[in-house]
Design a protein around this ligand. Structure first.
Ligand code: HEC
Length: 136
């Protein structure tokens, strides 16, 4: 008898946050070639000897970048094959990255300047450019 079901019925205005949460998850891979197509293939000089760089690449780089240059589809390391922006950078920028390392969002390239000589680094970049890039 003295039980009054006093429910606060004021919850009726809470209509936020309930929409299906999958709407925003279109992956990064939408075709959006905005910046990439104005300079198709800039030719960069090889900073060293690509033949000698092959051995360096296979020894010191291919665990991450993979023998095919794909970096396991970019998951482990920079993908030289399908990400053309990589090798579009000038030699000095890339050499600097190899010497001092790169910290990316969820992966890292350690510095190589203490474990490789500078000519080994230049040779490795030459191998990469010649094999996966568009310059000869
Ligand atoms: C431990 C894994 C690992 C090793 C070993 C490694 N890399 Fe990398 N490399 C990476 C990662 C990670 C990145 C950055 C990826 C990103 O930015 O998304 C990278 C980026 C690069 C880039 C692009 C740098 C830029 O400025 O865009 C070059 C060139 C490169 N590596 C060359 C090499 C060479 C040459 C070697 C061997 C001497 C080497 N890497 C060894 C993981 C590695």
């Amino acid at each position: 008898m003295k039980y009054y079901p006093i429910f606060a019925i004021a919850a009726g205005t809470l209509l936020i946050g309930c929409s299906d949460s999958k709407t925003e998850s279109n992956a990064i891979a939408t075709a959006e070639p905005e910046a990439a197509d104005h300079q198709p293939a800039i030719s960069h000089p090889l900073p060293g000897d690509p033949e000698a760089g092959k051995e360096v690449y296979l020894r010191a780089c291919s665990a991450c970048h993979q023998p095919d240059g794909s970096g396991l589809n970019g998951m482990l390391a920079a993908n030289f094959v399908s990400d053309k922006t990589r090798l579009a950078k000038p030699n000095e920028v890339l050499l600097n990255s190899i010497r001092n390392g790169v910290v990316a969002e969820n992966k890292i390239m350690p510095p190589h300047k203490d474990i490789l000589s500078d000519s080994e680094i230049k040779n490795a970049l030459s191998y990469i450019r010649k094999t996966f890039g568009s310059s000869e």
